[in-house]
Design a protein around this ligand. Structure first.
Ligand code: 4AD
Ligand code: MG
Length: 431
């Protein structure tokens, strides 16, 4: 008999079927054994009756432990008491892989689950998150490809920083050293002079020295870069992209969102609203007027400030024009307001922090060189990058979206570590 996925069996509701999967739960008496079987699609209760399968087979069934893998054949029956409303009355079954006592049980510590990540991935929670992640990353590719962007892959080993030397991961490189990518951006800036509009989703590395619920040492950044694009346009692309992602997830993963405790109606409302753009200076005003919090111009917005600002918005917002002095070297001074830069962040609602960082790119070699020096960098190391300004430079802009940040928000996760199968942080590099 051909095996069908559990969700199809549930839909069918009656008749003969064969299913296969893993023991999610088991309990029994000396006559009946109840197995809740799990596969990628759902769970279904299977009932093994000693009278039907015979003594020897029933002994086998009785020995089944959580996570054993098996194939079962039988007759479907609707039953409201079963977890998914349908039961499989088993005629025959075959144990494919026995399981020892599964180490993961109820109420185990986050650390224990992290140590056993390779097994915890099978949990319904992690499975749901990985499915949403699949939709999210697929949506990013779809969004850019439908809009004429080319996929452009960066080198992961890079000779210099993009977002500050402090978080670089150093790698031994033959008899020399190099670094793991902090961003795809500088290389994408070279590519737009050939391809016009490019994007990528690639691994990104930052030696973050603090242990927070928002930082990973290895994460995936979805970046875009476009020639002839300025700040006011790129911020709208960012909003459109995140809205597109949200709609795709709502289209494909309602079940997963509900399982994760997310309010689907609320997300639908967010997707249909207009998302505001405000300036950094405006956010200082919000902090002062509404939160009685004085932040001086020139200070970066930390988590505490971002969270207070976002108390006043229920959608993602774009914040533009941060102070030039505290920005990465490539963010240009705004000619109309010289103490600020032509840059932006997208802040996510409900305390999920910065989901996107981006900017127009500096094209003035003198300004770029000065900014590099201020950061303690040697401009000579960036000659190739400065070349891009020497040969037919054009205005261009781009941004990076933190895949895990956006996923944490959409899935309502309390910690970013659950957005990625095998998280890497300052304290964890295995399994
Ligand atoms: O704001 P960031 O540092 O921007 C850049 O790297 C630009 N070069 C991107 C560009 O313009 N092409 O990082 C972009 C986003 C952040 O907004 C955040 O969502 C995410 O990447 N991010 C992290 N996510 C998880 N763990 C970390 N340690 C992260 N650091 C940044
Ligand atoms: Mg940033």
């Amino acid at each position: 008999m051909k095996f069908i996925p559990v969700n199809e069996a549930i839909k069918k509701g009656s008749g003969k079927v064969a299913v296969r999967g893993w023991v999610h739960r088991e309990r029994g008496s000396n006559k009946l054994k109840f197995i809740v079987l799990r596969d990628v699609s759902n769970i279904i209760q299977c009932v093994i009756d000693k009278e039907t399968v015979g003594n020897a087979k029933f002994k086998e069934a009785d020995k089944l432990q959580i996570e054993a893998s098996l194939e079962l054949e039988g007759e479907l029956k609707k039953d409201d008491r079963a977890p998914t409303g349908v039961e499989l009355i088993v005629k025959t079954f075959n144990v494919v892989g026995w399981s020892e006592k599964f180490p993961i049980a109820k109420d185990q510590s986050t650390e224990f689950l992290a140590d056993n990540r390779h097994l915890w991935l099978r949990s319904r929670k992690m499975t749901a998150i990985m499915k949403v992640r699949h939709t999210l990353v697929t949506a990013i590719h779809k969004f850019f490809q439908e809009r004429g962007y080319y996929l452009f892959d960066p080198p992961i080993l890079q000779p210099s920083q993009c977002e500050g030397g402090a978080t670089l991961f150093e790698v031994k490189y033959y008899n020399d050293k190099t670094y793991l990518s902090q961003s795809w951006q500088l290389y994408a800036e070279a590519a737009v002079f050939a391809l016009g509009k490019v994007y990528d989703v690639s691994p990104t590395f930052r030696a973050e020295k603090s242990n927070t619920s928002r930082h990973l040492s290895e994460f995936w950044m979805a970046e875009m870069e476009a020639a002839w694009m300025e700040l006011d346009e790129v911020t709208e692309v960012a909003k459109d992209e995140v809205r597109f992602i949200l709609k795709e997830v709502l289209k494909h993963n309602k079940k997963e969102l509900e399982l994760l405790g997310q309010d689907v109606k609320k997300l639908e409302k967010v997707a249909s609203k207009k998302w505001p753009t405000v300036t950094y200076k405006n956010t200082l005003k919000i902090l002062k007027d509404k939160e009685n919090m004085h932040v001086e111009f020139g200070k970066d917005l930390r988590t505490i400030e971002e969270d207070k600002i976002m108390k006043h918005f229920d959608t993602p917002i774009i914040v533009t024009h941060y102070p030039k002095e505290i920005m990465a070297f490539y963010k240009p001074r705004d000619p109309k307001d010289k103490e600020t830069a032509l840059c932006f962040d997208m802040l996510l609602p409900e305390g999920y922090g910065e989901g996107i960082g981006g900017s127009q790119r500096g094209t003035d070699i003198k300004e770029l060189t000065e900014s590099l020096k201020k950061m303690g960098e040697k401009p000579e190391d960036y000659e190739w990058y400065l070349d891009l300004r020497r040969y037919g430079s054009v205005p261009h802009s781009g941004y990076g979206l933190g895949v895990e940040r956006v996923l944490a928000w959409i899935c309502k996760l309390s910690n970013i570590k659950d957005t990625i199968a095998f998280p890497r942080t300052q304290r964890r590099k295995s399994p």
